[in-house]
Ligand binder design. Structure first.
Ligand SMILES: NC(=O)c1ccc[n+]([C@@H]2O[C@H](COP(=O)([O-])OP(=O)(O)OC[C@H]3O[C@@H](n4cnc5c(N)ncnc54)[C@H](OP(=O)(O)O)[C@@H]3O)[C@@H](O)[C@H]2O)c1
Length: 337
């Protein structure tokens, strides 16, 4: 028997990737329903090579009979509609920041904390972590198992697709505009993003950190270990797809670069590409469309006791969003539904 699956935000950057991933992985769905705002109702979205789905208006949709909802319409919309879908009997896998820190909602990366998924039944909602968190905790997991991580200092280089389809359009239009001498327009980003970098993602908090930086800290604690300290600086860069992270780690016990490399090689979901040579590392341009999290530049940091530095890259729309959500759905169907 197949499942009835609804994709909320189906016209967006994550929703489109979600449909692609469900189809590519042959998720056992009898029926897939595309939902978005009333602005897109009636439009078609592709599902696989040969299928088109008519988009329906989320506000008018009745979730009765739906088994699984994959939701990415933004936090405010999820706040309203994810509980409504859960009450109608569906299990919601929510991609927004709305429920991630709710103690009754599991925050899951299947290769890292699959057992947490058992808590889904408390609210019938599972949260997908932030894209930057997912790729980082996947790389941290085998290292934490090996030598216990005390502190993480991370600087991110996040692509514009993390801000959705309008953010991608803004990078394209500004870049084109600079070449043809058009006046600069800025609607999504606070500063020019073309040929620039912006150390500001999401809103500022009272302590001076941004909310994106806060998410990396609290989500890492919730998924991996509350004792891990995280200091993050999150930066938007003029790249369309793929987030990169320069990660510096301090451990409780000694760990060599060779041991770290071996442990990372054994971790499902990770690919180690680490040669000290030209092209011996991965960049965002190479990871777009790929499922894995790539780890490169693994080296010891002699400036602290038991320190390591690494470079972590992944497609933020795949493992950072759609793939992780579909993997959660697969785990749900295999173990719980
Ligand atoms: N992009 C990433 O890498 C990433 C990663 C993890 C999580 N997320 C989260 O996922 C969410 C969506 O991100 P995105 O990048 O896909 O954004 P996006 O490209 O801007 O797409 C937003 C989607 O939400 C729909 N939507 C907006 N308002 C709605 C409403 N009132 N009712 C129903 N649908 C509505 C849009 O439909 P219309 O086309 O009809 O407006 C569109 O399908 C955000 O919360 C984001 O934080 C994104």
């Amino acid at each position: 028997m197949g499942y009835r699956v609804a994709v909320v935000g189906a016209t967006g950057a994550v929703g489109q990737e979600m449909l692609k991933t469900l189809e590519e992985r042959a998720f056992p769905a009898d029926d897939v329903i595309a939902l978005a705002s009333e602005r897109s109702a009636g439009q078609s979205v592709s599902f696989g090579e040969n299928n088109e789905l008519k988009v329906q208006d989320l506000a008018k949709f009745d979730f009765k009979g739906i088994d699984i909802v994959m939701s990415s319409p933004g936090a405010a919309v999820s706040a309203q509609h994810s509980p409504r879908a859960a009450q109608a009997g569906a299990v919601v896998i929510d991609n927004t920041s709305q429920f991630r820190m709710d103690p009754d909602v599991p925050l899951v990366v299947p290769e890292v904390n699959p057992d947490a998924l058992a808590g889904y039944s408390r609210r019938n909602i599972v949260a997908n972590p932030n894209c930057s968190t997912i790729q980082m905790v996947l790389a941290l997991k085998p290292l934490h198992d090996l030598a216990e991580i005390k502190r993480v200092v991370v600087a991110t280089y996040q692509s514009v697709s993390g801000g959705g389809k309008e953010a991608m359009d803004e990078l394209f239009n500004q870049t084109r505009g600079i070449y043809v001498n058009d006046p600069m327009t800025k609607e999504v980003f606070t500063k020019q993003i073309a040929f620039n970098v912006i150390p500001h993602i999401d809103s500022f908090m009272e302590d001076g950190a941004t909310k994106e930086e806060w998410k990396m800290m609290v989500e890492t604690k919730k998924i991996l270990d509350p004792a891990i300290k995280v200091s993050a600086t999150c930066v938007r860069v003029p790249v369309f797809i793929g987030h990169a992270e320069a990660v510096n780690l301090e451990f409780e016990t000694p760990i060599s670069a060779a041991d770290a490399r071996a442990a990372l090689r054994d971790q499902p979901g990770i690919s180690v590409i680490d040669h000290r040579a030209d092209e011996g590392y991965v960049t965002p341009a190479e990871c777009a469309g790929e499922d894995l999290v790539y780890v490169s530049r693994i080296r010891e940091d002699p400036t602290v006791d038991y320190g390591l530095s690494l470079w972590v890259v992944s497609d933020n729309l795949r493992k950072g969003a759609a793939l992780n959500a579909v993997q959660i759905a697969e785990l749900l169907t295999e173990e719980y539904l």
